[in-house]
Design a protein around this ligand. Structure first.
Ligand SMILES: Nc1ncnc2c1ncn2[C@@H]1O[C@H](COP(=O)(O)OP(=O)(O)OP(=O)(O)O)[C@@H](O)[C@H]1O
Ligand SMILES: [Mg+2]
Length: 501
């Protein structure tokens, strides 16, 4: 275990000695100093986390020492020890940043309590910023939307991974397919959900800083290390560490991560003792790791360790069924974010969106919707503000389709889209069958998967709806909110009985 360090500064030998004995026994690392100059020396060498400072010293004023210590390390916790007559200076000490003070003669138990409390507070402070950031992310990205067969499969895998805590998980998928979202979903639905989810992007951090980012460092471990810092393995204690872009992790670092997985221990840079790691590791990459292993750019042993549970995320172009629900979801979110009142996209726009290859996957689609929402005046988004790539791809596809060709031979291709009321026929024509499929999907989407309601929206009988769903190969859809509102394993079983193992 890593010991918290306490420096005791008091000229009364007996007090120093008995405090030192009591605190060492309680598991703290302790040093003592009997005067100001010794205190300054020990402070530099010992790098304490806490100082117990007598206000009256033979060669110095405790308050001066407090100022000097705080200048060098503003995170240092200081408890003043003071004779009762010095209560005014003790109050002054609090103003200068001391944590607390205790009067002489003191009760050992009371002092011990003050010290433990100060360490607890310090730990809270250290985690506070971290949690704040976490909270922001949690509320920002909590929904995993989609009702295609592959998404249903994905939800199932998330549930299995969340319940199988001991195993590492490897998430593979192109950029923008939702790897981070999946990693967070596993964490949020696991028993570790109350503990932190800490991520590090291995591609974004220079090799020299990555080790300290992961494992932390001691004060003075390298030139710029002016104070001790915890790494994410320590900050995520009890929770999940998400190693994003693991394919970009330097080879030397891969060996160290492998060791943590194998031994469940790690060491801060510059430290002499190991720290126990109680974390679950989830890794993700868009790279082809098996190929990298073959080319000796990624360690085979680490790949083998990470790949115990493997979640492949299909690119968006392979699950176009999800596009309508994603579009609707992003419109709702962005309406909230920007105070807009967009209602949806025209069928023509939907045809553009479902026909595009989305190399940047869901992220690229979100950006396309955002851009259209910013630029478009009407409440139904037209293709006007879609990017040139999306338009070009759509036009190419239209020109290639046999339907378009036969039109061309008869009256020539329609150059412009044609609109009447709410209905628009895009340039190049429209597939009635695809339109019907999309309308059925939308009906199901609006009704949250409830077929009776969807049939009402679509003004058809439930049997007709079922017949058409079958015709288009549309399986029983998932309501996105059902998944998103899921908090416990029990909820999961209730909402998704067919996922139960
Ligand atoms: N199924 C989904 N439902 C809702 N939003 C999604 C879904 N998949 C991805 N997103 C959104 O798309 C964006 C990209 O997702 P995320 O960051 O998880 O992708 P990634 O695979 O980690 O990408 P990269 O490899 O570029 O880091 C985010 O804004 C995320 O909220
Ligand atoms: Mg990512």
């Amino acid at each position: 275990m890593e010991h918290n360090r306490i420096l005791i500064v008091d000229d009364e030998k007996l007090i120093s000695w008995s405090l030192s004995a009591m605190l060492s026994k309680a598991g703290y690392a302790v040093e003592t100093a009997a005067n100001g100059s010794e205190a300054i020396n020990k402070f530099s060498l010992f790098k304490p986390d806490m100082a117990l400072l007598d206000i009256r010293l033979p060669d110095a004023d405790g308050l001066d020492l407090l100022r000097q210590f705080k200048l060098r390390d503003k995170e240092l916790s200081v408890i003043m020890i003071t004779a009762n007559a010095d209560v005014d200076s003790a109050v002054m000490a609090l103003k200068l940043g001391a944590e607390d003070y205790i009067g002489k003669p003191f009760n050992m138990e009371a002092l011990r309590h003050v010290i433990d409390k100060a360490f607890e507070k310090r730990q809270l402070r250290e985690k506070l910023d971290f949690f704040r950031e976490e909270l922001r992310k949690k509320t920002e990205h909590d929904k995993l939307v989609g009702n295609s067969a592959s998404m249903v499969n994905l939800f199932k895998m998330i549930k299995v991974c969340a319940d199988t805590d001991a195993k590492t998980v490897l998430i593979l998928g192109e950029s923008g397919t939702g790897k981070e979202l999946v990693a967070r979903a596993i964490h949020n639905h696991s028993a570790r959900t109350e503990a932190p989810f800490a991520e590090v992007n291995c591609a974004a951090i220079p090799e020299t800083l990555l080790e300290s980012e992961l494992f932390g460092h001691e004060k003075g471990a390298y030139t710029d290390a002016s104070k001790r810092r915890k790494g994410i393995f320590e900050l995520a204690e009890g929770g999940t560490v998400f190693l994003d872009e693991i394919g970009d992790m330097p080879f030397s670092m891969q060996a160290k991560v492998l060791k943590v997985i194998e031994t469940k221990r790690f060491r801060r840079l510059g430290a002499e003792e190991d720290i126990q790691a109680d974390v679950r590791i989830i890794a993700a990459t868009h790279q082809d790791l098996p190929a990298m292993v073959k080319e000796r750019r990624f360690r085979g042993d680490l790949f083998y360790r990470l790949n115990v549970m493997n979640i492949p995320l299909p690119p968006l172009r392979e699950r176009t069924d999800d596009i309508p629900s994603l579009v609707q979801y992003f419109i709702e979110r962005l309406n909230e974010e920007y105070g807009l009142r967009v209602e949806g996209v025209s069928p023509e726009t939907m045809a553009y969106l479902t026909g595009y290859g989305w190399p940047g996957n869901v992220r690229e689609m979100r950006n396309a919707i955002e851009r259209s929402m910013m630029l478009e005046d009407s409440r139904i988004l037209t293709p006007a503000f879609l990017s040139a790539e999306i338009k070009q791809q759509h036009e190419k596809a239209q020109n290639k389709s046999p339907h378009a060709d036969s039109d061309a031979s008869a009256t020539g291709p329609a150059r412009h889209s044609f609109a009447r009321g709410h209905i628009t026929i895009p340039a190049g024509g429209i597939s009635l069958e695809e339109l019907e499929r999309q309308l059925i999907l939308m009906g199901l989407e609006i009704s949250g998967g409830n077929q009776t309601k969807a049939a009402k929206y679509l003004k058809m009988s439930r049997d007709t709806l079922r017949y058409r769903m079958k015709k288009f190969g549309l399986s029983e859809p998932f309501g996105k909110d059902e998944w998103c509102g899921m908090k416990t394993g029990e909820d999961a079983q209730r909402l998704f009985p067919h996922l139960a193992s």
